[in-house]
Design a protein around this ligand. Sequence first.
Ligand code: CA
Length: 638
Amino acid sequence: MLKRAKKENRRRLPKKTVLVLCFLTLSGLIRLNAPLAHASASGNIIINPSFEQGLDPQGIPVGWDLTGCEGVANANVTLDQTHWVNDIQSAKITTGPVTPTYCFPDSSGPRPVGFVQFRQFLTNYPNLRFSNLTDSPSGFSFWFNLQPYGAGIAGFEVRIFGTESTDELDYVFDPDPSLGTYTNYTNPSPGLRSLIFQGYQPGQWYHFSRNLLADWTTLNLNTSGIFSILQFQGFASQIGTQLKSTIFWLDDVRVYAGSQPPPTETHWTIFNFTDTKGNIVDSKVRWKILDSTGQTVTYIQGQNSLSTAPYWVQAYYLEYSPTTLITTEQIQLDTRITISLTMIPNNSVIGNYIVLNNPVANLTVYHPNSSTPQFIVQGTTGTEYAMLLGVATQPALIQGNGIDLRSGIDWTYDPTVSFTRIQFSMPFDTENVTLFFNVPQRQPLITFNDITGTALKSQITFQILDSRGGIVPYSPGKILPAGTFFVEAYFEGYRIYRSPLETNQSTPITLEMLPLGATGYSYLALNSTVTALTTSVSSSRISFQVEGSGPYLIVVSVDKKPLRVEKDGLLIASWIYNATTGTVSIETATPGSFQLVLVESASYDYLYMGGAIATVILAGAIGIVLWRMRIPKKLPSD
Ligand SMILES: [Ca+2]
């Protein structure tokens, strides 16, 4: 019972109640066939109780009536073949948002609560009294299923009318606090009663069954009154910006009259499963029948033992396991049915099928027997897919379109049935599912330091090459195919580093580069390891001593072309000046002391004219930069 709204109604409308009923009854008379004045009320007195008889010209299920004048002007009813309890469809009533509308023309203004009225006027039995109802726990029953519209379900109720507000019983389901305070309302005056039922979950079919005659009698309502209207209501509330409203499905509505007990009905089902080629695959499929609460029903196909209720069949591939569940579908009763499964014949997998939970347009398998089989699935964009694969061992990794899928979340492995279940949402129209049975090698994050430990950034370039010299695009974390890879680093276009790629590399690679000056871009770079390297730089010359095994390519940043280059005090010719990059490259088979003379100085005459130079004189040295001892690293051959 909606106290606030109903109290409002009662405050505002006491004199209108009779008028209301006249209005409602009149509209019912217009819509319905002429009453069967002499029909004896027995059996289920509800017309079109299972909503299988189509729509009337107003678009309302035959025999029923709908109005949203109480604040839900957009309310509507449709027949829904995706939700049903019996036969093929149900009625879906959408309450919709709250609107400032009223059933009575002199009412106006905003309102916080509205409700749709989906009802049947019992005019086929104009003399039906409550005392004529069948005295049985299943004397009144229906199936319903609730879904929120907006931020939540506002509430649902069914109202049994003798005369509104004077002989009325309401069964109320999960009224939201936004509707006001609800209480069981069992003995007020005048005769208005309500019983509240709690704990209904959205999306689940519930069977509500009551001895309506007993309730009516126990609650001291007038059993000699005429049973005039059966009305289902979905509520909507608008508190501030928060809308709560109710979608409800109804099916199999029964009100029994007469002395005969309601019949006990039973049903059966028989089904086959087929693969994508239409072959019957019952021998590969295990199944369970579930009821509307998700409980397994013990059942042998063909037995006429199922009560009137919705049932679902769960199909599993080969074995029962959450990993091998293919699909859960509601089954039509009392007919033979074929359930098409997305089971794609494939000789390369265990059980000879690749199984998905939803249809796909195409599926291609690559390298089925390698350690990294690939499955290219073409399907419907946005659809959530699960793919079941028989596997000999647990995959080390599964990727979807090159992105790691999360073990235990996106994919599971059940060792007892040797199946893996891979779930993915089709991002475009293709998903490339790749299984890795060995831990794959990934590209490491590659960074470089000079020999002083300072990070090198844009001073150098580098690339990854495969064993045939092909460039592998650098993408840290990306899985590498099988094979050997090399990393090469370049300074001003000269290759100064080449070494096999170490996929577990976690520290910077040290390049044989030593800063010259403080600009950060002038370097002395060598392509092979040295045991010691000292430099001396002045405005007129760059001197350095290389110790190691050689041979070396030496690259030196210079401001201008040297006048000459000396090694161990002697002029050498094996050097090249590159004006574009501002470098001198020197090729030398052996280490030694080098001097790049940039500007002629007085000492030149002495040094060379004297002709007795044994060592490089580091007079005027700015500083000895570094001394380092390392195990020489040999370059691999190309
Ligand atoms: Ca139905």
